[in-house]
Design a protein around this ligand. Structure first.
Ligand SMILES: Nc1ncnc2c1ncn2[C@@H]1O[C@H](COP(=O)(O)OP(=O)(O)OP(=O)(O)O)[C@@H](O)[C@H]1O
Ligand SMILES: [Mg+2]
Length: 265
């Protein structure tokens, strides 16, 4: 395990760059600094995990990366362009998967997946063809015409992953997407996500407070300290892929997990 700030090739522009970023909620006496001087880079096609305890600012950072929240200080650049300066035409292709699947209950599975394309004005036949392809990838072809309530929690989360992947995003932000699932489904979803990412190689920023999940999925793990969240360390996970769940029983895995456990104290 090595401590590195970036895995981008020297001189290349990172896909995502967080520069001297701090965030404060509220003002005056009620001010709460959630993030302090964060510097992180994500290379094209890299899988970066943000690991930290509850309340350390992980969702705040992800919301800023997703353009949902303006940072108090510092900046975010996507391929060298400031996030908030990008015009409509060169806006980054960025999508978000939340902890809860957040499907629209009144729309069928297929219509949930086509939604982002519909908002972009893509013709019906085209958006349905792409959505059906993605539903096949997430193993839900047979459920395209079902309503969300007819699906299990893991299946609903797979639909939200399919929805996040329509329009071929360059960057996928995931905020504890499997946090609400039982341990077995979660393990299965981690396998599935690794496979999907290996095929499509989008850049990922994945938030979790599970050490096991971080070691299983990440190219690099950014450990955040408690409030205000600051980068405690950035660690490369050099376990070869594909990683299998049996790996979790290995000594290498447990040694690496121990290091993170110490750092989170
Ligand atoms: N809208 C808000 N207004 C005021 N304070 C907020 C707001 N959202 C978050 N905070 C505060 O900012 C800090 C970081 O919150 P955040 O939700 O980013 O943490 P987190 O690491 O995602 O936690 P968890 O693992 O529990 O989801 C917390 O102390 C929280 O109380
Ligand atoms: Mg959170």
């Amino acid at each position: 395990m090595s401590n590195v700030e970036t895995s981008s090739a020297p001189g290349s522009v990172p896909k995502l760059a967080v520069k001297s970023l701090s965030h404060c909620y509220g003002r005056g006496e009620s001010a709460v600094w959630a993030l302090r001087d964060i510097n992180v880079e994500v290379a094209d096609g890299e899988f970066v995990v943000l690991l930290g305890q509850s309340g350390c600012g992980k969702s705040t950072l992800l919301n800023i990366l997703g353009g949902l929240l303006h940072p108090t200080q510092g900046s975010v650049e996507v391929s060298g362009v400031p996030l908030f300066a990008a015009g409509k035409d060169n806006a980054p292709k960025l999508s978000y998967v939340f902890q809860e699947a957040n499907l629209l209950p009144w729309r069928r599975v297929l219509e949930n997946v086509t939604l982002p394309l519909e908002l972009r004005g893509v013709p019906k036949a085209e958006r349905e063809a792409e959505a059906r392809e993605l539903l096949e990838i997430v193993g839900l072809s047979d459920f395209a015409l079902k309503m969300p309530y007819e699906l299990s929690g893991g299946m609903r989360q797979r639909v939200s992953i399919a929805r996040a992947l329509v329009g071929q995003p360059d960057i996928v932000l995931m905020d504890e997407p499997f946090g609400a699932l039982d341990a077995m489904t979660r393990e299965h979803m981690n396998d599935f996500l690794q496979e999907l990412w290996t095929k499509h190689r989008f850049s990922v920023v994945f938030v979790t407070h599970s050490i096991a999940e971080a070691v299983f999925l990440a190219d690099r793990v950014v450990v955040l300290s408690s409030r205000p969240g600051a980068v405690r360390s950035i660690n490369e996970v050099d376990i070869p892929r594909p990683r299998r769940s049996e790996l979790m029983a290995s000594e290498e895995y447990s040694n690496m997990s121990d290091i993170f456990r110490q750092e989170l104290k």
